[in-house]
Design a protein around this ligand. Structure first.
Ligand code: DAH
Length: 347
């Protein structure tokens, strides 16, 4: 064993002395330290040696092994970069290409459909006050949505008594107020953005999600116009033969109000519904938005003469529409930044 260690050390030192480039050093590393190297072989012989000698041979082999590793490292760091080592024909590592998030691309798609109808796109403010988020929208102080369980209140000083507390907007409807107070009718506006609610996060709820608000104000705005606009949107966005269903509903800021369903684009577009459809759960309809004629109190709060002007408004949750359209079962997927999920929508 002693002789073998000595010879191994000598041949290694000679070889490393002569070695030049990186590929050569790599070969030496494999030869002297690899799984099939002589040193590995010597280590494997230790168990067959007399018990009292094992410790000392093990120690010597370890010293040699460390010496070899150290010398190779030393030489590697000194070795001049040699041109032959760089293979210019090797494919380069290209940077990962980013793409628009599915929620952003669907928002854009929806905005473009409404732009064709003459709507402008104007974003509102994510930090709001009670007056814009509730009062001006005809939502009374006792309404449950004003409760701290349903709205995130911020610890900012109130600006004045009329504005009330500062909060993260719980819907995009306050955009209506901001815009109507600044721009004279006639107007047709689409306002997308984030909204916040202190909901417990699960497959269908998130504390932050996306909505799109739409509204139009003018002297000849009617419910029939609202239906026409929404029908145009649904045909462009879902499918050419989609049907719409308006169900009477209550919203404080619109009167009359309705919730709108689209016929299920998976099973109910042509031949009636299917019992086992996973998208509409066999109902044949999918709820997509709330809408109605803007309440006269809302127009008044914006300084608009409600005798001269009427308006319609609608609001939809983008997350839900994307989940329906792409059959995504869990809202959390939008916000976890998992590239395996996001890369499925390379738009
Ligand atoms: N703001 C409502 C919500 O967050 C959605 C909504 C319903 C908006 C009816 C509207 C509307 O403009 O007319 O649930």
């Amino acid at each position: 064993m002693e002789k073998e260690i000595k010879n191994l050390k000598e041949t290694f030192l000679k070889e490393i002395e002569k070695a030049k480039g990186g590929s050569c050093l790599e070969k030496i590393r494999i030869k002297y330290l690899g799984r099939k190297s002589q040193i590995t072989n010597l280590f494997s012989q230790i168990p067959s040696l007399p018990r009292e000698e094992r410790g000392s041979w093990g120690k010597q082999l370890n010293i040699l092994k460390n010496l070899i590793a150290e010398k190779i490292d030393q030489k590697t760091s000194q070795a001049p970069r040699q041109e032959e080592e760089i293979d210019l024909t090797y494919p380069a590592v290209s940077p990962k290409k980013g793409s628009r998030h599915i929620l952003s691309s669907v928002t854009k798609e929806i905005c473009l459909i409404f732009k064709d109808l003459g709507f402008d796109v104007i974003e509102g403010s994510e930090i709001e006050d009670q007056w814009h988020n509730f009062t001006a929208l005809n939502i009374p102080p006792e309404h449950p949505s004003q409760d701290a369980f349903d709205t995130f209140y911020l610890d900012f000083p109130t600006q004045d008594e009329k504005s009330g507390k500062i909060l993260l907007r719980s819907h995009t409807s306050p955009s209506q107020i901001r815009i109507m107070r600044q721009v004279e009718p006639p107007l047709a506006v689409l306002s997308p953005g984030r909204v916040y609610r202190p909901d417990v996060v699960d497959a269908t709820h998130s504390f932050m999600f996306y909505q799109i608000e739409g509204f139009a104000v003018g002297e000849d705005i009617s419910f029939a116009g609202l239906k026409g606009v929404l029908f145009y949107f649904a045909r462009q966005f879902f499918s050419k033969d989609v049907r719409l269903r308006f169900r009477p509903h209550f919203f404080p800021f619109t009167e009359p109000s309705a919730e709108v369903d689209v016929s299920c684009f998976v099973c109910a577009t042509k031949k009636g519904k299917k019992k086992k459809c996973g998208v509409c759960k066999g109902k044949g309809w999918l709820e997509i938005l709330g809408c109605g004629m803007i309440h006269p109190n809302v127009l008044k709060a914006c300084g608009i003469d409600s005798k001269k002007y009427q308006g319609f408004a609608f609001g939809m949750g983008i997350d839900r529409i994307v989940m329906q359209k792409y059959q995504i079962k869990d809202i959390r997927l939008f916000y976890e930044n998992d590239l395996n999920f996001l890369e499925q929508f390379p738009i």
